[in-house]
Design a protein around this ligand. Structure first.
Ligand code: CU
Length: 79
């Protein structure tokens, strides 16, 4: 029983951590974009799309999706 409560608490914490993860990721992406990174047009368009989709998912409370989308954008940017 105790284990179950600990698991639930950890899951809750992970959810909260993810909720703060997205804005941090978006900040990193925006900071990198502000440096005018050398990317192919197609990749740049992809990054901007992923960044926008990530923010939408974050606002919808889908932080897992947002972290994944923003993570893909960061990968393209080489962060
Ligand atoms: Cu989020």
């Amino acid at each position: 029983m105790k284990k179950l409560i600990v698991c639930a608490a950890l899951a809750g914490l992970a959810g909260i951590a993810a909720a703060y993860h997205c804005p941090a990721d978006m900040k990193q992406i925006d900071a990198k974009l502000a440096t005018d990174p050398k990317l192919a047009d197609a990749d740049m368009a992809k990054v901007k799309q992923l960044r926008a989709d990530g923010e939408t998912a974050h606002k919808a409370g889908k932080h897992d999706d947002a972290v994944k989308l923003l993570g893909d954008a960061k990968k393209l940017l080489g962060i």
